[in-house]
Design a protein around this ligand. Structure first.
Ligand code: TYD
Ligand code: MG
Length: 456
């Protein structure tokens, strides 16, 4: 008896497959995205391609000389750098961020600058009426810029217009408002967002127009709609920031045309976003006198050194289970550092609440922040401030050994530029010794605790 073919189901959002249907995808958590796959999942295809010959592919050498893509510059240096050094023709870019963070403001400013630099630029708003966008342009002092503007959500009309106009840059604000009439669901739904992104990305590739898609981010920090949009586009940028802080960070999380993890720093002012050319000075601007729990970390973001202040608070816990709260860093990594401090240095944290905050709403992900985090926590726990004008950086291994961070010299140079005179770092970091900063190096965490806090 022939085996009954098994049915499979997959998520139209993240692509995960399952052997039964469910209302919510276990893979990505989206609702109503599970569909039964067409055809039989296992076994060879029922019909082979057959004997008809296809066309021969053109094979090339790896050494084929290709000129680097020509790039256009907006003149907003922070924006151009995050793109990898300017805008590449025919590229598709997704700019994601929370509602109200400043995406429309940023892209209207970028559009105006690209247009002033000679690029034919079209800005399509699906969220605001043209009059509203014009008012914003006026407020930003950009009303005279030759950007072409439309308020439209019908994808077919947008593509028809773009095809006729053939701009060099088209900005679609936002992808969640776009509506493709061949897809049978509401704007903002997974299938609409995916269809619109696909059409617009294909348009970019076909015509050479660079397309920037604006996307809102859900509370969970994902671009609302299909994850596959992130796979479709060449570049994914996130625009981040904290409400209540005026600065914003544009971060590349994926870039086929440049380094990922590059950041651009902006400040939201009454006249739009202003570039911050010296982020370290901004991040340290609220720092007071040296105090327990406060440590300056010399970090690297993308291609550039950035100094940030880490703040820790350690206090006896009133809860049966002590709290570990982190803002701006990885909570798993914090747990690891506490475990290493306990196991390798014999410093207990049981019954103590530990809070860690990266000042100013900055987010850091470098392992090189380990030692600065440990320093901030110990400084808070012992109620002892670190020596003044000192930066800290280095990675901590599970054994308690300290590992040098990359780009030691660049970190030290930035620290010196901002008036720091000493650095606590793992031994073995590559320095050429030109930076004029007093180095206090150590090989392991126990040595660090002994040296800095006189215990261990
Ligand atoms: P917006 O660009 O509309 O955000 P998004 O497109 O990400 O939803 O920005 C909204 C906020 O920015 C709004 O709260 C007002 C503020 N803003 C300024 O502070 N200064 C300005 O010049 C502009 C245009 C906006
Ligand atoms: Mg907007």
């Amino acid at each position: 008896m022939a085996k009954k073919p098994s049915l499979t189901f997959s998520c139209t959002d993240c692509g995960a497959s399952f052997n039964k249907w469910s209302g919510r995808c276990d893979g990505c958590g989206e609702w109503n995205t599970i569909q039964q796959d067409q055809g039989i999942s296992s076994g060879p295809p029922s019909k082979s391609l057959g004997p008809k010959r296809g066309a021969a592919m053109v094979l090339t050498d790896l050494a084929t000389q290709e000129a680097p893509p020509p790039r256009s510059h907006s003149g907003i240096a922070e924006f151009d750098r995050v793109l990898g050094g300017g805008l590449v023709p025919a590229s598709a870019i997704l700019v994601g961020g929370d509602p109200g963070i400043g995406k429309s403001t940023l892209l209207l400013q970028a559009a105006a600058h690209f247009a002033q630099a000679g690029l034919k630029t079209i800005y399509v708003s699906g969220e605001e009426a043209s009059a509203q966008v014009r008012m914003r342009a006026q407020r930003l002092g950009l009303a005279q810029s030759p950007v072409k503007l439309a308020a439209e959500t019908n994808l077919r009309d947008i593509l028809t217009t773009l095809d006729a106009e053939r701009p060099q840059l088209a900005i679609i604000d936002s992808i969640q408002t776009m509506w493709a009439d061949n897809v049978d669901s509401a704007p903002g739904s997974v299938s609409q967002v995916r269809a619109a992104s696909h059409e617009l990305t294909a348009f970019a590739k076909r015509t050479g127009t660079s397309v920037i898609l604006v996307g809102h981010v859900t509370k969970e920090g994902q671009i609302a709609g299909p994850r596959v949009v992130e796979h479709m586009v060449d570049t994914v940028l996130y625009f981040e920031g904290e409400r209540g802080h005026q600065f914003r960070i544009l971060r590349s999380v994926k870039n086929r045309f440049g380094p990922a993890d590059e950041i651009g720093v902006f400040e939201m002012t009454g006249r739009g976003l202003a570039e911050v050319t010296n982020p370290s000075a901004l991040f340290l601007s609220e720092r007071g006198q040296p105090s327990p729990g406060s440590v300056v970390f010399a970090g690297i973001e993308g291609t550039r050194p950035v100094l940030v202040e880490l703040q820790a608070l350690v206090a006896p816990s009133p809860h049966s289970q002590a709290r570990r709260t982190v803002v701006g860093w990885d909570s798993g990594r914090l747990a690891m550092i506490l475990a290493v401090l306990e196991a390798r240095c014999g410093i207990p944290f049981a019954g103590l609440d530990v809070y860690l905050n990266v000042a100013g709403g900055m987010k850091i992900s470098e392992p090189a922040a380990d030692l600065a985090v440990a320093a901030a926590i110990l400084s808070a726990r012992e109620d002892v401030a670190l020596p003044a004008e000192t930066v800290v950086f280095g990675e901590i291994s599970l054994s308690g050994a300290l590992r040098p961070a990359s780009q030691t010299e660049n970190r030290l140079k930035e620290a010196q530029k901002l008036g720091f005179t000493a650095a606590i770092t793992p031994s073995g970091g590559k320095t050429v010794g030109t930076s004029g900063i007093k180095l206090n190096t150590m090989a392991d965490l126990t040595g660090f605790v002994g040296e800095v806090f006189g215990a261990g």
